[in-house]
Design a protein around this ligand. Structure first.
Ligand code: BEZ
Ligand code: FE
Length: 288
């Protein structure tokens, strides 16, 4: 086409794709470019704004590395990660939520009733529940990959003062589907703000906070993997998570338990004589 103009440009783009292009790629590219062109026309994008956009992407690329995923963070704060999650999740099971950049693989096994708190100060948090199917039946042999922040609001991968796998563990359910461990109460924290995504949040008058949460990846044979997080109902950022990860069914409640009521069957049993927090949260998997 030698007479390209702003009215036919999108069609011309589509006509330039070859005949053997993968049909799904054709669908995705065609829709993406159609929306991109419409967006530029909608806002009458200026050269300066286009340059700012390109420079933003360049800076996101420069700051990214094996540990720092600025484009994922961009997707998170734009709500795209959560939207993709919602589009692809089934309504019957526990809702999924964002994975985030702080999951690390190779976490050590955590026995049922095991402890992640170690010597960290503060009250014990006892977390327990059942991994079950949509009929409420327990799932044996499900693995829960668990991770959370330390009391200073940092994940181990962000904090040189923590052991590699502090507040990380992998638990496997027995025949009763139960899981359980002790830890500390996770705390709210900010997503990284020292890069271009932080600049965008700031320019849009947005804060960078996430409500406190526990992360889980739950896997069991014959079931869809569940990537999720659970949030306490009293967190000040519950209704303004900057990455849009909160779902109604992922909100849990800490019960304040009296001193001396700590149950048996936990590694810390016999050592906890103070009041502690307890949360009971079941995780429901759907068939693959
Ligand atoms: C997280 O929960 O670890 C997280 C999720 C999205 C962006 C940043 C952090
Ligand atoms: Fe997190």
């Amino acid at each position: 086409m030698r007479d390209v103009n702003k009215d036919n440009l999108t069609d011309v783009f589509n006509s330039y794709m070859g005949p053997d292009v993968n049909p799904r790629l054709r669908e995705v590219m065609s829709s993406l470019v159609t929306h991109l062109h419409d967006f530029a026309k909608d806002v009458s994008l200026t050269h300066t704004e286009w340059e700012q956009g390109i420079s933003f992407l360049e800076r996101a690329g420069e700051i990214s590395n094996k540990e720092r995923h600025e484009f994922v963070l961009l997707s998170d704060v734009l709500g795209l990660s959560s939207l993709v999650d919602m589009i692809n999740s089934r309504s019957e099971g526990t809702s999924s939520s964002v994975l985030g950049p702080f999951h690390i693989s190779g976490s050590p096994p955590l026995a049922i009733g095991g402890d992640m708190k170690g010597d960290f100060p503060g009250p014990v948090l006892l977390v327990e529940g059942m991994v079950k199917n949509v009929d409420g039946e327990p799932i044996e042999g499900a693995t829960l990959d668990i991770w959370q922040t330390a009391p200073n609001g940092l994940y181990s991968s962000q904090d040189p003062d923590q052991e590699t796998y502090s507040f990380h563990g992998i638990q496997t359910t027995a025949a009763d589907g139960r899981y359980g461990f002790t830890s500390v109460r996770p705390v709210e924290y900010t997503v990284p703000t020292d890069g271009p995504v932080g600049d965008i949040l700031n320019a849009c008058g947005r804060h960078p906070w996430r409500p406190s949460h526990l992360h889980f990846i739950v896997k069991a044979e014959g079931y869809r993997n569940l990537v999720t997080e659970v949030f306490p109902e009293d967190d000040p950022y519950l209704d303004q998570d900057t990455v849009f990860g909160v779902r109604e069914d992922l909100v849990m409640r800490y019960q304040i338990m009296s001193a001396g009521s700590f149950p048996n069957g936990f590694e810390l049993s016999g050592n906890v004589n103070d009041a502690y927090l307890k949360v009971d949260f079941d995780l429901t998997l759907v068939k693959a």
